[in-house]
Design a protein around this ligand. Structure first.
Ligand code: ADP
Ligand code: MG
Length: 398
């Protein structure tokens, strides 16, 4: 996958025209519209979403853009400008989990999830192109799902709200693609707004748009994509999930979100008979949920610089307690802090992917160079570094 612009995609209208032109060349007719959905970075609250907890993602300027038109013969055709694959053609009546294991499972899974929930969605032609880096922990997959969901919602007049679309997109990824992800990524792609981070309660999907414009405070939030993805990731995610579920069961709560931070020490004592890993996982989830609250309070108080140490503490917790970091992510955090960053942490599922770094804007260049130099010295691939400009969620663009 070629996706992943170094800089924010400049001209959305031009991109919409390009993707529409690609659609015409492929399918020999005009699309009915063009939609966009963004990738995201999570500021704080990691692995908390499947524990019914809190997260705080923001949308990136990088987007998946899809041109779509309905078909009345029950056929679904999907194509990506970013891959050499030919058009994938499926019958919507035949969509079952596992029937397609290519990238096409993301858009097809959305059609499946909509139909499984009883919504009257028929066939469609879809062509897309994305600037969201893939497999970098920036959720290129949710961008694909949500852009498809929004397009079909509009074209088939389903009248579904953003949160419902996000839930169905998550169902597509869980059931059809077979990835047991929480709902954060799809909610971020569907519900983020320009200039804000999204304070999301993943229990009931209640949310608050928190103004977040680091540049206004002379700050920058950098995304550092390590460009590595360790194979460990998939099994480790399921193992963390199982460990968290065991912790909740032993503590007599439905989800770890129900363990108050003030009662953490007591809860950990009650886990004396559990495996040592369960104790660590519970400690991470309860403290990271608490850190989301701390970050919100600091932003509300205008103390944006003080967010830095909370991010760094979150990284320590992910590294030592949840153990989902890796040498490359640790090196981003260490080298950025050594060069004077205010705070840094891995973001997303870990084992590679991306980190976020909060820094004074005028130190951003120097810190980026320090991280690059540290990577070169360690023999790691050159990281991709860009500012996380809090951007808009999914939308129709033509
Ligand atoms: P992430 O969501 O963190 O980027 P995932 O592994 O969840 O990583 O999703 C990446 C997958 O999404 C790719 O392997 C591919 O199947 C699909 N994908 C993402 N962007 C595109 C694209 N532009 N064209 C086709 N498939 C894509
Ligand atoms: Mg993904």
């Amino acid at each position: 996958v070629r996706a992943g612009a170094e800089t924010a995609p400049e001209d959305e209208t031009r991109r919409a025209e390009q993707v529409a032109e690609g659609f015409r060349a492929l399918y020999g007719r005009d699309p009915e519209g063009v939609w966009a959905a963004p990738g995201r970075v999570n500021l704080i609250g990691e692995y908390t979403d499947f524990n019914d907890g809190f997260v705080m993602p923001l949308a990136l300027p990088h987007t998946a853009v899809a041109a779509v038109a309905r078909r009345d013969d029950g056929v679904l055709r999907v194509h990506s400008a970013d891959l050499p694959d030919p058009v994938t053609e499926l019958r919507v009546d035949d969509l079952t989990p596992g029937c397609d294991t290519s990238w096409a499972a993301y858009p097809a899974g959305v059609v499946y999830a909509l139909r499984a929930a009883g919504h009257a969605v028929g066939g469609a032609d879809l062509h897309l192109a994305s600037t969201v880096p893939t497999g970098a922990g920036l959720s290129s997959s949710a961008a694909l799902e949500v852009v498809t969901a929004l397009a079909l919602n509009d074209l088939y007049g389903l009248g579904l709200g953003r949160a419902e679309l996000a839930r169905l997109a998550q169902r597509a990824e869980n059931e059809f693609v077979g990835v047991p992800c929480g709902v954060m990524d799809q909610m971020a792609a569907a519900c983020c707004t320009d200039g804000h981070a999204l304070h999301l309660d993943t229990r009931d999907l209640s949310l608050r748009q928190v103004p977040f414009a680091p540049a206004d405070d002379g700050l920058a939030l950098l995304v550092v994509d390590t460009r590595v993805q360790h194979a460990l990731g998939d099994g480790a995610y399921a193992e963390r999930r199982a460990g968290c579920e065991e912790g909740a069961r032993r503590l007599g709560v439905s989800h770890l979100r129900d363990v108050p931070h003030a009662e953490l020490a007591e809860a950990l004592e009650r886990l004396a008979d559990a495996g040592e890993h369960v104790v660590r996982y519970v400690r991470h989830i309860v403290t990271d949920n608490h850190r989301v609250g701390e970050v919100i309070a600091l932003l509300d108080a205008g103390e944006v610089r003080a967010v830095g140490p909370v991010l760094t503490e979150g990284h320590r917790s992910l590294r030592e307690d949840l153990r989902v970091s890796c040498p490359e992510l640790d090196l981003v955090v260490e080298s950025a802090l050594a060069a004077g960053a205010l705070g840094a942490r891995m973001t997303g599922g870990g084992f590679g992917g991306s980190a976020v770094v909060l820094t004074e804007a005028d130190a951003a260049g120097r810190i980026g160079e320090a991280v690059r130099a540290a990577f070169a010295t360690a023999g790691h691939p050159e990281p991709r570094i860009f500012p996380a400009l809090p951007s808009a969620g999914a939308r129709r663009i033509s």
